[in-house]
Ligand binder design. Sequence first.
Ligand SMILES: [Fe+2]
Ligand SMILES: [Fe+2]
Length: 365
Amino acid sequence: MYVAKRSLLLIGETELQCRPMARNLRLLCPVETRALRTSASLPAVVPDAVIVSGVAFTQSGSLGDVQKALRPFLDSNVPILCLLDNPSARDDVQARALGASAVLAADTPLRRVADVLHTLTRRGGGLRRTERTVAVEAAVADVGVAIADLMASAASKQTIGVGMTAEASRLLLDTIRDNDVGRWMETVSEVHDQSYRHCLLMAGIMAAFVVSLGFKPDDCDRLTRAAILHDVGKALVPTEILNKPGPLTDAEMDQMRQHPSAGYELLLAQGDHHRTTLRVARHHHEYLDGSGYPLGLKGDQIGDEVRIATICDVFTALIEKRSYKPSLTALQAAELMAPMRGKLDPDLLRLFSRLFVAEDAAVDA
Ligand SMILES: [Fe+2]
Ligand SMILES: [Fe+2]
């Protein structure tokens, strides 16, 4: 997974036009954006690379503007990547004449963009990237983009694609079956955006858990799809609350706690999501002793698929790093969850701990 030491600078025709590309790139690392004809000052810190995206090189006016925008970076040898809509050979030559180190089509998959950035910035030159690592990085990038798209659809109350969820689930399960979940967790930990990182991590952990439980392929798929969309309701929570770098106030916590019901309502209204997805989205914060939310369900009111999701979600939150808390190892998280047997299903928790404690020990060995 490409990780910037500092950040990337994305230059486009307008700030608005930069947004979709910036959103995808933020799965990899911090990104600053600039409109082409802006008077905004250069970033305080020299970026690792500059990306020019969606600029029409055929318009002579744009060429001059691009040249002007890139000049400061040419002097300091910052690599420049141009992403162009259907680049012709002429566009390619023109971009390189302006100082571009590489030119790619704007619809190039994120994993390929990450690879090119990796090469251009020479980061990780000393790292051994095995074929398996590259395959997991590619899958994390693809599933990450799918989750970003699904969350964006939810935020604008558009259709949350069942097909896209199914494709992400298939890719995730294939990757988990071919690689150990530790590799998935390690790769996802480098995803920059906190909310997509949580969904990627939780879904990978849940996929690994259900595969380890010996569920049939269709059931693994059903549960992995539910995991991918479990926090879809967070797309409707204000980003200031979601990304707040510290503990939430009571009022903010109330808003945050709306996300299971909000996600459920949204998925229900669309009519074509499986009932497992609906149940997991609605109930993944319920605890067996009735202390959870939103409904305070107890014991038998909570089905097995939700019990599985809750264990995976609690574990994910514990091992994640957040600005206000350190991350725990799998072993520490499992130890912390052990006294939660009144809240979490004890049999499933035992099976889960066995799987991940073994992972942790294997990683540490
Ligand atoms: Fe949640
Ligand atoms: Fe969650």
